[in-house]
Design a binder for this molecule. Structure first.
Ligand code: PLP
Length: 426
């Protein structure tokens, strides 16, 4: 049964209620290894499903364009204050609808169309919004992109410095979506400082690790920090922009009225709840356990002859090159999903294959750690991954038994949003 229960959806729209129920069960029964996903708490779910969805609040607390903000102002102020306290920054904007609009707001605040900006190339682990050609950020700005080294799979900061000196971008983005290693914020800050660029640390993937003290913080190095709230931070779908007070008004004006209309107050409330949860001692344990689990999983995969980009991980994320296994990332991801292990296909640096069928898979431990899995469970998961991939590359019979084994394996580890039991149709 979905938690909290959804009897009204079941009555009004049984078709959608059934699909939600199926999705909740799917999230319960699968080993979810997509590194950008998680399980939010029931409290976060309740706040994001609350009456706040009924309200319009264009503007900022105390400066709104609509009446009736007695409670929304307090909620947004709490979210802002909690974000500032958790990350140790002087300013927070909690209104961006998601990570991509948060990044767009930063462009709007500090750059003009045609200006040079710099970010990590998407196939190297960067994000679309860091200037990749198909993104508006690559179309409306002159984007220069840095790579990782072929031999190490890591960013070469000497190369970044050379490129920055040559191209003199206004904005430099660091961070990305497929980076298994610690980001060297002080080194990026030095490069940006040398050419007078604004350093933007996009910590969407690692915000929860930073909040929990399991990854160094960009605070004090990056002028602007953007993050989603729904990945390792374990909040609702949303985003935040953090900065020193000197950038506050430019950033706030860029988010509203520059880019957005009314903030999603229900999301703001859920962000506040998630930030409260992330400030508790248990969240520090969670963040460190995410990394310990990723390192144990990386070691177990390496022991089974899988090639890990950079040879391992410092964070929540593992990028595997399957060339040696003789299978494409897409075929592997499909076979694994059928068997009950959910991850995504991904390009690896300098991938010789096409982006729609690249050489790699990307996996991570935020969701399974929320469920309570620990290091000792990782060898079993690696063994199942290997079994599925080996079967997919041979003519072995489909692994029908695996889904049941995985259900049994996960049964002692509940999720906040679904409990086995009857559907609450009334
Ligand atoms: C996920 C992500 C984003 C975008 O977030 P959306 O909410 O999907 O728009 C931006 N930057 C990085 C580095 C991300 O990982």
């Amino acid at each position: 049964m979905h938690q909290p229960p959804i009897p009204h959806v079941a009555r009004t729209d049984p078709e959608i209620a059934e699909l939600i129920e199926h999705e909740a069960r799917r999230e319960y029964e699968k080993i979810r290894l997509i590194p950008s996903e998680n399980y939010v708490s029931a409290a976060v779910l309740e706040a994001s499903g609350s009456v706040l969805t009924n309200k319009y609040s264009e503007g900022y607390p105390g400066r709104r364009y609509y009446e009736g903000q007695q409670f929304t102002d307090v909620i947004e102020t709490l979210a802002i204050e909690r974000a500032k306290a958790l990350f140790g920054v002087g300013h927070a904007n909690v209104q961006p609808y998601s990570g991509s609009p948060a990044n767009l707001a930063v462009y709007l605040a500090f750059a003009e169309p045609g200006d040079t900006i710099m970010g990590m190339a998407l196939p190297m682990g960067g994000h679309l919004t860091h200037g990749w050609p198909v993104s508006v950020t690559g179309k409306w700005f002159r984007a220069v992109q840095y790579d990782v080294r072929r031999d190490t799979g890591r960013v070469d900061l000497d190369e970044v410095r050379d490129l920055a000196r040559r191209e003199r971008p206004k904005l430099i983005f660091c961070g990305g979506t497929a980076i298994p290693r610690t980001i060297d914020f002080p080194a990026f800050a030095e490069i940006a400082g040398e050419i007078g660029a604004i350093l933007v640390a996009d910590i969407a993937h690692i915000a929860g690790l930073i909040a929990g003290g399991a990854h160094p913080s960009p605070v004090g190095y990056a002028s602007v920090i953007t993050t989603t709230t729904h990945k390792t931070l374990r909040g609702p779908r949303g985003a935040m922009i953090l900065s020193a007070p000197e950038y506050a008004s430019a950033l706030d004006r860029a988010v509203f009225p520059g880019l957005q209309g009314g903030p999603h107050d229900h999301t703001t409330a859920a962000i506040a709840v998630a930030l409260h949860e992330a400030s508790q001692p248990a969240f520090r344990d969670y963040a460190h356990q995410v990394v310990a689990n990723a390192q144990a999983l990386a070691a177990a995969l390496t022991a089974r002859s899988y090639d890990l980009i950079t040879g391992g991980t410092d964070n929540h994320l593992i990028l595997v090159d399957l060339t040696r296994q003789g299978i494409g990332g897409k075929a592997a991801a499909r076979a694994l999903d059928r068997a009950g292990i959910e991850l995504n296909y991904n390009t690896v640096p300098y991938d010789p294959r096409r982006p729609f069928d690249p050489s790699g898979i990307r996996l991570g431990t935020p969701a399974i750690t929320t469920r309570g899995l620990r290091e000792e469970h990782m060898p079993m998961i690696a063994a199942w991954i290997d079994e599925v991939i080996t079967a997919a590359t041979s003519d072995d019979a489909p692994l029908d038994h695996l889904a049941a084994d995985i259900r049994d394996f996960l049964a002692p580890y509940p999720i906040p949003s679904w409990t086995p039991g009857p559907v609450s149709a009334q």
